[in-house]
Design a protein around this ligand. Structure first.
Ligand code: PLP
Length: 379
């Protein structure tokens, strides 16, 4: 019989057991259903304020040359990023979103017989990347719920999970879906324990939103550790999720090896131009980050006032507990009821957190509408 199982049996062993990344709801279908009415989309950690006006202008300006291939080197954007971060352009790798690069790190540095280490409640892409590469994923335990950073990365446990077979470690700081973070001192102590032949990828997709003083970018340690990689994205604080631009900063030698497998025109011309322009508009970024911090506080307070547990967050989302662990059915009901009134949040069943929902921090109006809908549904 020719079906998915037939072709699955033909696939590489890692892919035979793989389940596709779950993006949540079909939002296009939702938008059609709620046409002409308010749809509050708080499921994908997108930026409600939109990109810099300069980025929008830059996108329009690329239209006439769209018949040409984009710059396969991404030279202008790399130079702009290099100048901003005080590194050489050769230290920068551009991706069709950072998701692409996260996958590519496993393609390059993992494989059958190799261990990849990530944390429990780490970003879902790390497990998929390891599995696609045919590597063995070792999941380190996270912090306990009574820890100051519940469900956050336990850096000691991650260091302990590294074996002689480990070539790759994925961390996220701050982490998605938990919103949690770790401090610079703890990370420096962690890096001191990691062997030089283990590539450590620190996913800093939410770095721009961070305001906790103890939390620093891993970039500050790169001079000391050539095996340390940082990934960033234009999808979140820069509000260019639909254009798919991400990047990695690492030792030029490591980047050169990654470049061997990069698809030549992986970043499109609108994305390259928009990202470069967005990078130049620091004022807009600062404004977005300030609005997010303000609304993150307002929303967390309002959710807690409703008796819900909100986990600490340095991001643009709040992992929120709606029921006792295991009572997934109750939360699925709440989530479905919210969808019915046009409020889309992110179910967490896939992460083993079915009693929680992940709520993107919207703008003031979206957050008000979310809370009003929640009050109706919880009543
Ligand atoms: C959103 C997100 C990304 C970014 O993905 P892109 O492919 O750059 O849009 C990466 N890592 C984490 C943890 C994220 O939440």
């Amino acid at each position: 019989m020719t079906d998915e199982a037939f072709f699955s049996a033909l696939a590489q062993p890692g892919i035979q057991k793989l389940r596709a990344y779950d993006p949540g709801h079909d939002l296009v279908a939702f938008r059609r259903r709620f046409e002409g009415r308010h749809l509050i989309e708080l499921g994908s950690n997108e930026n409600p304020y939109g990109p810099s006006a300069r980025a929008k202008e830059a996108i329009l300006a690329t239209i006439h040359d769209s018949f040409r291939y984009s710059d396969p080197l991404g030279g202008d954007l790399k130079r702009a990023l290099a100048a901003k971060h005080g590194v050489e352009p050769a230290s920068i790798l551009l991706g069709n979103g950072s998701h692409e690069l996260l996958m590519q790190f496993a393609q390059v540095f993992a494989g059958p017989g190799v261990d990849v280490v990530a944390s429990r409640f780490g970003f879902a892409v790390y497990a998929i990347a390891a599995q696609c590469a045919g590597a063995t994923l070792r999941v380190a335990p996270c912090n306990a719920d009574d820890h100051a950073m519940p469900r956050g990365h336990d850096l000691d446990a991650i260091a302990t999970a590294i074996t002689p077979a480990t070539r790759l470690v994925y961390l996220a700081n701050p982490n998605n879906p938990t919103g949690t973070w770790y401090g610079a001192d703890a990370f420096a102590a962690f890096m001191a324990k990691v062997p030089a032949d283990v590539v450590v990828v620190v996913d800093e997709a939410y770095a721009e939103f961070v305001d906790a003083p103890e939390c620093a970018s891993a970039l500050t340690l790169q001079a000391a550790y050539p095996n340390l990689v940082v990934t960033r994205t234009f999808s979140k604080a820069y509000a260019l999720a639909g254009l798919r631009v991400g990047f990695a900063i690492a030792h030029p030698g490591l980047i050169a090896v990654m470049e061997r497998v990069r698809e030549s025109f992986n970043v499109n011309s609108a994305g390259l131009a928009a990202a470069e322009a967005a990078l130049g508009d620091v004022e807009h970024l600062d404004w977005v980050v300030a609005r997010n911090a303000e609304q993150r506080g307002v929303l967390a307070t309002a959710l807690r006032a409703r008796g819900l547990t909100v986990f600490p967050s340095q991001t643009n989302f709040l992992l929120t507990q709606f029921a006792e662990p295991g009572d997934n059915a109750r939360v699925a009901k709440i989530e479905a009821a919210l969808c019915e009134v046009g409020v889309v949040l992110r179910p967490m069943v896939g992460y083993g957190l079915g009693h929680c929902l992940r709520i993107t921090v919207g703008n003031a109006d979206e957050n008000r509408r979310l809370l009003a809908a929640l009050d109706e549904v919880l009543a």
